[in-house]
Design a binder for this molecule. Structure first.
Ligand code: UFG
Length: 339
Protein backbone atom coordinates (compact mmCIF):
# COMPACT_ATOMS: atom_id res chain seq x y z
CA UNK A 1 0.00 0.00 0.00
CA UNK A 2 0.95 3.64 -0.31
CA UNK A 3 0.30 5.17 3.11
CA UNK A 4 -0.29 8.84 3.77
CA UNK A 5 1.56 9.46 7.03
CA UNK A 6 0.30 12.70 8.56
CA UNK A 7 2.85 14.09 10.99
CA UNK A 8 5.39 11.61 9.66
CA UNK A 9 8.50 13.65 10.47
CA UNK A 10 7.90 13.63 14.24
CA UNK A 11 9.12 11.26 16.92
CA UNK A 12 6.43 8.61 16.50
CA UNK A 13 5.97 9.28 12.78
CA UNK A 14 9.59 8.66 11.83
CA UNK A 15 9.52 5.29 13.61
CA UNK A 16 6.20 4.36 11.99
CA UNK A 17 7.74 5.28 8.62
CA UNK A 18 10.60 2.84 9.22
CA UNK A 19 8.16 0.06 10.18
CA UNK A 20 6.04 0.68 7.05
CA UNK A 21 8.99 0.89 4.66
CA UNK A 22 10.64 -2.19 6.19
CA UNK A 23 7.67 -4.39 5.23
CA UNK A 24 7.43 -2.92 1.74
CA UNK A 25 4.75 -0.23 1.97
CA UNK A 26 5.35 3.10 0.26
CA UNK A 27 5.10 6.24 2.38
CA UNK A 28 3.85 9.73 1.59
CA UNK A 29 4.56 12.04 4.52
CA UNK A 30 2.57 15.23 5.11
CA UNK A 31 4.12 17.48 7.71
CA UNK A 32 4.45 21.21 8.33
CA UNK A 33 7.61 20.73 10.42
CA UNK A 34 6.12 22.92 13.17
CA UNK A 35 7.60 20.55 15.77
CA UNK A 36 9.86 18.38 13.62
CA UNK A 37 12.52 18.54 10.93
CA UNK A 38 13.05 17.04 7.47
CA UNK A 39 16.34 15.67 8.83
CA UNK A 40 14.39 12.86 10.52
CA UNK A 41 13.10 11.72 7.13
CA UNK A 42 16.61 11.74 5.63
CA UNK A 43 17.59 9.44 8.48
CA UNK A 44 14.59 7.17 7.82
CA UNK A 45 15.78 6.86 4.22
CA UNK A 46 19.28 5.97 5.45
CA UNK A 47 17.94 3.29 7.81
CA UNK A 48 15.62 1.67 5.30
CA UNK A 49 17.44 2.29 2.02
CA UNK A 50 14.07 3.41 0.65
CA UNK A 51 12.91 6.82 -0.45
CA UNK A 52 9.97 8.71 0.98
CA UNK A 53 7.69 11.15 -0.79
CA UNK A 54 7.04 14.29 1.21
CA UNK A 55 4.47 17.05 0.99
CA UNK A 56 5.01 20.09 3.19
CA UNK A 57 1.58 21.29 4.28
CA UNK A 58 -0.34 22.33 7.38
CA UNK A 59 -3.28 19.93 7.59
CA UNK A 60 -5.26 22.50 9.54
CA UNK A 61 -5.31 24.52 6.29
CA UNK A 62 -7.80 22.67 4.09
CA UNK A 63 -7.35 24.55 0.79
CA UNK A 64 -3.56 24.27 0.99
CA UNK A 65 -3.59 20.60 1.98
CA UNK A 66 -6.17 19.75 -0.64
CA UNK A 67 -4.12 21.46 -3.32
CA UNK A 68 -0.85 19.81 -2.25
CA UNK A 69 -2.46 16.36 -2.19
CA UNK A 70 -4.68 16.72 -5.26
CA UNK A 71 -2.53 14.64 -7.61
CA UNK A 72 -1.51 12.06 -4.99
CA UNK A 73 -2.78 8.52 -4.74
CA UNK A 74 -2.84 6.71 -1.37
CA UNK A 75 -4.61 3.67 0.04
CA UNK A 76 -4.72 4.47 3.75
CA UNK A 77 -4.03 7.27 6.22
CA UNK A 78 -2.10 7.10 9.48
CA UNK A 79 -2.86 10.34 11.30
CA UNK A 80 -0.24 11.43 13.84
CA UNK A 81 -0.30 15.15 13.09
CA UNK A 82 -0.98 17.50 15.96
CA UNK A 83 0.26 19.52 18.87
CA UNK A 84 1.08 17.47 21.96
CA UNK A 85 2.46 19.56 24.83
CA UNK A 86 0.06 19.21 27.75
CA UNK A 87 1.16 22.39 29.59
CA UNK A 88 1.16 24.51 26.45
CA UNK A 89 -2.39 23.33 25.70
CA UNK A 90 -3.53 24.89 28.98
CA UNK A 91 -2.06 28.31 28.11
CA UNK A 92 -2.98 28.18 24.40
CA UNK A 93 -6.22 26.19 24.25
CA UNK A 94 -7.58 27.79 21.07
CA UNK A 95 -4.48 26.90 19.12
CA UNK A 96 -4.69 23.31 20.34
CA UNK A 97 -8.39 22.87 19.54
CA UNK A 98 -8.05 24.62 16.17
CA UNK A 99 -4.99 22.66 15.05
CA UNK A 100 -5.80 19.22 16.39
CA UNK A 101 -9.49 19.19 15.47
CA UNK A 102 -9.15 20.91 12.06
CA UNK A 103 -6.43 18.55 10.94
CA UNK A 104 -8.66 15.54 11.63
CA UNK A 105 -11.75 17.08 10.03
CA UNK A 106 -9.73 18.09 6.98
CA UNK A 107 -8.07 14.70 6.63
CA UNK A 108 -11.49 13.02 6.75
CA UNK A 109 -12.69 15.33 3.94
CA UNK A 110 -9.58 14.65 1.89
CA UNK A 111 -10.00 10.91 2.42
CA UNK A 112 -13.55 11.10 1.07
CA UNK A 113 -12.39 13.11 -1.94
CA UNK A 114 -9.74 10.47 -2.67
CA UNK A 115 -12.15 7.56 -1.97
CA UNK A 116 -9.87 6.30 0.82
CA UNK A 117 -11.55 4.37 3.62
CA UNK A 118 -8.70 3.18 5.90
CA UNK A 119 -7.66 5.33 8.87
CA UNK A 120 -5.38 4.70 11.84
CA UNK A 121 -5.51 7.50 14.41
CA UNK A 122 -3.02 8.38 17.10
CA UNK A 123 -4.98 8.69 20.33
CA UNK A 124 -3.76 8.63 23.89
CA UNK A 125 -4.26 6.93 27.23
CA UNK A 126 -5.03 10.43 28.45
CA UNK A 127 -8.64 9.99 27.18
CA UNK A 128 -9.37 7.56 30.04
CA UNK A 129 -11.26 8.91 32.99
CA UNK A 130 -9.40 8.51 36.30
CA UNK A 131 -9.46 4.80 37.17
CA UNK A 132 -12.18 3.73 39.60
CA UNK A 133 -11.21 2.20 42.93
CA UNK A 134 -9.87 -1.34 42.41
CA UNK A 135 -9.12 -0.93 38.68
CA UNK A 136 -5.48 -1.76 38.07
CA UNK A 137 -4.76 -1.87 34.35
CA UNK A 138 -6.94 0.09 31.94
CA UNK A 139 -8.75 -1.80 29.22
CA UNK A 140 -10.64 -0.23 26.35
CA UNK A 141 -14.00 -0.63 28.09
CA UNK A 142 -12.99 1.79 30.85
CA UNK A 143 -14.85 5.11 30.74
CA UNK A 144 -13.20 7.81 28.69
CA UNK A 145 -13.81 11.47 28.00
CA UNK A 146 -14.64 12.52 31.55
CA UNK A 147 -12.28 14.21 33.98
CA UNK A 148 -9.67 15.06 31.35
CA UNK A 149 -7.49 17.76 32.86
CA UNK A 150 -6.12 19.60 29.83
CA UNK A 151 -7.13 20.74 26.31
CA UNK A 152 -4.57 18.46 24.64
CA UNK A 153 -6.29 15.43 26.19
CA UNK A 154 -9.69 16.79 25.19
CA UNK A 155 -8.57 17.12 21.57
CA UNK A 156 -7.71 13.40 21.57
CA UNK A 157 -11.10 12.46 23.06
CA UNK A 158 -12.93 14.81 20.67
CA UNK A 159 -11.04 13.46 17.67
CA UNK A 160 -12.09 9.95 18.67
CA UNK A 161 -15.71 11.13 18.75
CA UNK A 162 -15.41 12.96 15.42
CA UNK A 163 -14.09 9.78 13.78
CA UNK A 164 -16.92 7.70 15.28
CA UNK A 165 -19.57 10.17 14.10
CA UNK A 166 -18.11 10.48 10.60
CA UNK A 167 -17.95 6.69 10.37
CA UNK A 168 -21.67 6.48 11.19
CA UNK A 169 -22.37 8.77 8.25
CA UNK A 170 -19.89 6.94 6.03
CA UNK A 171 -20.27 3.23 6.83
CA UNK A 172 -17.45 2.11 4.55
CA UNK A 173 -14.95 3.94 6.74
CA UNK A 174 -12.57 1.62 8.59
CA UNK A 175 -10.82 3.21 11.55
CA UNK A 176 -8.58 2.16 14.42
CA UNK A 177 -8.10 4.51 17.38
CA UNK A 178 -4.77 3.68 19.02
CA UNK A 179 -4.46 4.78 22.62
CA UNK A 180 -0.77 5.16 23.28
CA UNK A 181 0.60 4.79 26.76
CA UNK A 182 4.11 6.29 27.22
CA UNK A 183 6.29 5.84 24.12
CA UNK A 184 10.02 5.88 24.82
CA UNK A 185 13.24 4.67 23.23
CA UNK A 186 14.47 4.96 19.68
CA UNK A 187 15.31 2.92 16.61
CA UNK A 188 18.30 0.70 17.52
CA UNK A 189 20.44 2.41 14.83
CA UNK A 190 20.54 5.56 17.00
CA UNK A 191 19.75 7.58 13.86
CA UNK A 192 16.22 8.65 14.80
CA UNK A 193 14.72 9.45 18.19
CA UNK A 194 12.85 11.98 20.27
CA UNK A 195 14.10 15.53 19.80
CA UNK A 196 11.90 17.88 21.81
CA UNK A 197 12.19 21.63 21.25
CA UNK A 198 13.14 23.54 24.39
CA UNK A 199 12.81 22.04 27.85
CA UNK A 200 11.39 18.50 27.59
CA UNK A 201 7.94 18.01 29.14
CA UNK A 202 8.23 14.24 29.27
CA UNK A 203 10.27 12.17 31.64
CA UNK A 204 12.49 10.15 29.29
CA UNK A 205 13.89 12.98 27.17
CA UNK A 206 14.45 15.01 30.34
CA UNK A 207 16.35 12.17 32.00
CA UNK A 208 18.37 11.64 28.81
CA UNK A 209 19.35 15.32 28.78
CA UNK A 210 20.44 15.11 32.43
CA UNK A 211 22.57 12.06 31.57
CA UNK A 212 24.25 13.86 28.66
CA UNK A 213 24.88 16.95 30.80
CA UNK A 214 22.48 19.37 29.09
CA UNK A 215 20.44 19.72 32.33
CA UNK A 216 21.57 19.65 35.98
CA UNK A 217 19.00 17.47 37.64
CA UNK A 218 15.61 15.90 37.24
CA UNK A 219 12.68 17.25 39.23
CA UNK A 220 10.63 14.24 40.35
CA UNK A 221 7.00 15.35 40.53
CA UNK A 222 5.84 13.95 43.84
CA UNK A 223 6.79 10.93 45.97
CA UNK A 224 3.62 10.49 48.01
CA UNK A 225 1.44 8.70 45.47
CA UNK A 226 -0.12 5.38 46.50
CA UNK A 227 2.48 3.45 44.47
CA UNK A 228 5.29 1.13 45.67
CA UNK A 229 7.91 3.90 45.94
CA UNK A 230 5.53 6.88 46.03
CA UNK A 231 6.42 8.18 42.55
CA UNK A 232 4.13 8.05 39.51
CA UNK A 233 3.82 4.76 37.63
CA UNK A 234 3.45 4.59 33.85
CA UNK A 235 3.45 2.00 31.09
CA UNK A 236 6.56 2.81 29.02
CA UNK A 237 6.46 1.23 25.58
CA UNK A 238 9.34 1.03 23.11
CA UNK A 239 8.56 3.28 20.16
CA UNK A 240 9.39 0.49 17.67
CA UNK A 241 6.81 -1.75 19.37
CA UNK A 242 4.36 1.14 19.15
CA UNK A 243 5.23 1.63 15.46
CA UNK A 244 4.59 -2.07 14.77
CA UNK A 245 1.22 -1.71 16.49
CA UNK A 246 0.24 0.72 13.69
CA UNK A 247 1.12 -1.90 11.09
CA UNK A 248 -0.95 -4.53 12.88
CA UNK A 249 -3.89 -2.13 13.16
CA UNK A 250 -3.67 -1.28 9.47
CA UNK A 251 -3.68 -4.96 8.50
CA UNK A 252 -6.75 -5.72 10.62
CA UNK A 253 -8.96 -2.76 9.70
CA UNK A 254 -12.59 -3.53 9.02
CA UNK A 255 -15.65 -1.32 8.52
CA UNK A 256 -16.42 0.50 11.75
CA UNK A 257 -14.30 2.09 14.46
CA UNK A 258 -12.31 0.08 16.95
CA UNK A 259 -10.13 1.16 19.85
CA UNK A 260 -6.87 -0.44 20.98
CA UNK A 261 -4.48 0.25 23.81
CA UNK A 262 -0.84 0.22 22.79
CA UNK A 263 1.06 -0.51 25.97
CA UNK A 264 3.06 -3.29 27.59
CA UNK A 265 0.88 -4.01 30.61
CA UNK A 266 3.81 -3.31 32.96
CA UNK A 267 4.23 -0.30 35.20
CA UNK A 268 7.46 1.47 36.13
CA UNK A 269 7.91 4.32 38.58
CA UNK A 270 9.83 7.55 38.00
CA UNK A 271 12.61 6.21 40.22
CA UNK A 272 12.68 2.94 38.22
CA UNK A 273 13.26 5.07 35.12
CA UNK A 274 16.07 6.98 36.82
CA UNK A 275 17.78 3.72 37.87
CA UNK A 276 17.34 2.00 34.53
CA UNK A 277 18.55 5.00 32.55
CA UNK A 278 21.53 5.36 34.83
CA UNK A 279 22.43 1.71 34.15
CA UNK A 280 21.92 2.12 30.41
CA UNK A 281 24.06 5.25 30.20
CA UNK A 282 26.61 4.62 32.92
CA UNK A 283 25.88 8.16 34.16
CA UNK A 284 24.58 9.49 37.44
CA UNK A 285 21.13 11.03 37.18
CA UNK A 286 20.86 13.58 40.01
CA UNK A 287 17.27 14.28 41.03
CA UNK A 288 15.23 16.09 43.63
CA UNK A 289 11.68 15.50 44.79
CA UNK A 290 9.39 18.45 44.12
CA UNK A 291 5.64 19.03 44.33
CA UNK A 292 3.33 16.86 42.21
CA UNK A 293 2.51 18.20 38.75
CA UNK A 294 -1.14 19.32 38.54
CA UNK A 295 -3.26 16.89 36.52
CA UNK A 296 -0.93 13.88 36.94
CA UNK A 297 -2.41 10.55 38.03
CA UNK A 298 -0.65 8.06 40.31
CA UNK A 299 -0.76 5.19 37.86
CA UNK A 300 -1.60 4.65 34.19
CA UNK A 301 -0.89 1.14 32.91
CA UNK A 302 -2.51 -0.60 29.96
CA UNK A 303 -4.34 -3.85 29.73
CA UNK A 304 -3.04 -4.64 26.22
CA UNK A 305 -4.87 -7.96 25.78
CA UNK A 306 -7.37 -6.71 23.19
CA UNK A 307 -4.58 -5.75 20.77
CA UNK A 308 -2.93 -9.12 21.37
CA UNK A 309 -6.12 -11.07 20.66
CA UNK A 310 -7.50 -9.00 17.82
CA UNK A 311 -4.38 -7.63 16.11
CA UNK A 312 -1.92 -10.37 16.99
CA UNK A 313 0.33 -7.63 18.31
CA UNK A 314 2.17 -7.29 21.57
CA UNK A 315 5.18 -5.36 22.77
CA UNK A 316 8.32 -7.50 22.62
CA UNK A 317 11.10 -5.10 23.62
CA UNK A 318 12.04 -4.68 27.27
CA UNK A 319 12.11 -1.53 29.35
CA UNK A 320 15.92 -1.95 29.64
CA UNK A 321 16.24 -2.15 25.85
CA UNK A 322 14.14 0.99 25.44
CA UNK A 323 16.44 2.89 27.82
CA UNK A 324 19.54 1.58 26.02
CA UNK A 325 18.15 2.60 22.63
CA UNK A 326 17.13 6.03 23.97
CA UNK A 327 20.67 6.50 25.29
CA UNK A 328 22.23 5.45 21.95
CA UNK A 329 20.16 8.10 20.18
CA UNK A 330 20.92 10.75 22.82
CA UNK A 331 24.65 10.05 22.99
CA UNK A 332 25.08 9.91 19.19
CA UNK A 333 22.99 13.09 18.74
CA UNK A 334 23.60 15.16 21.88
CA UNK A 335 21.97 18.25 20.39
CA UNK A 336 19.22 16.37 18.55
CA UNK A 337 18.92 16.55 14.77
CA UNK A 338 21.26 18.87 12.86
CA UNK A 339 19.58 22.22 12.17
N1 UFG B 1 7.80 13.27 35.58
C1 UFG B 1 8.68 13.77 36.52
N2 UFG B 1 9.52 14.76 36.13
C2 UFG B 1 9.55 15.28 34.87
C3 UFG B 1 8.63 14.76 33.91
C4 UFG B 1 7.76 13.76 34.31
O1 UFG B 1 8.69 13.31 37.66
O2 UFG B 1 10.34 16.20 34.58
C5 UFG B 1 6.90 12.16 35.97
C6 UFG B 1 5.43 12.47 35.86
O3 UFG B 1 4.94 13.06 37.03
C7 UFG B 1 4.84 11.09 35.56
C8 UFG B 1 5.94 10.40 34.76
O4 UFG B 1 7.14 11.10 35.06
O5 UFG B 1 4.66 10.38 36.76
C9 UFG B 1 5.71 10.43 33.26
O6 UFG B 1 5.49 11.77 32.84
P1 UFG B 1 5.48 12.18 31.29
O7 UFG B 1 5.28 13.66 31.22
O8 UFG B 1 6.64 11.61 30.60
O9 UFG B 1 4.22 11.39 30.75
P2 UFG B 1 2.69 11.51 31.18
O10 UFG B 1 2.29 10.13 31.60
O11 UFG B 1 2.41 12.62 32.09
O12 UFG B 1 2.09 11.96 29.78
C10 UFG B 1 1.96 11.04 28.77
C11 UFG B 1 2.04 11.72 27.39
C12 UFG B 1 0.91 12.67 27.19
C13 UFG B 1 -0.39 12.02 27.55
C14 UFG B 1 -0.34 11.37 28.91
C15 UFG B 1 -1.55 10.57 29.21
O13 UFG B 1 3.23 12.43 27.25
O14 UFG B 1 0.90 13.01 25.82
O15 UFG B 1 0.74 10.46 28.94
O16 UFG B 1 -1.49 10.03 30.49
F1 UFG B 1 -1.39 12.93 27.56
Amino acid sequence: MRILLAGGAGYIGSHVAVALLDVGHDVLVVDDYSNSTPASLDRVERITGRSIDVVEADLADLPASRAELSGERFDAVIHLAGLKAVGESVTEPSRYYRTNLSSTLNLLDIMREHAVSKLVFSSSATVYSPAAEGVENLDESQPSGLGITNPYGWTKAMNEQIIRDVQRSRPGLQAALLRYFNPIGAHPSGLIGEDPAGIPNNLLPYVAQVAIGRRDRLAVFGDQYPTPDGTGVRDYIHVMDLAEGHLAALQHLEPGVDTFNLGTGEGHSVLDVVRMFSDASGKDIPYEIVAPRPGDVARAVADPSKARKRLGWQATRSFAEACQDAWRWQSQNPGGYPI
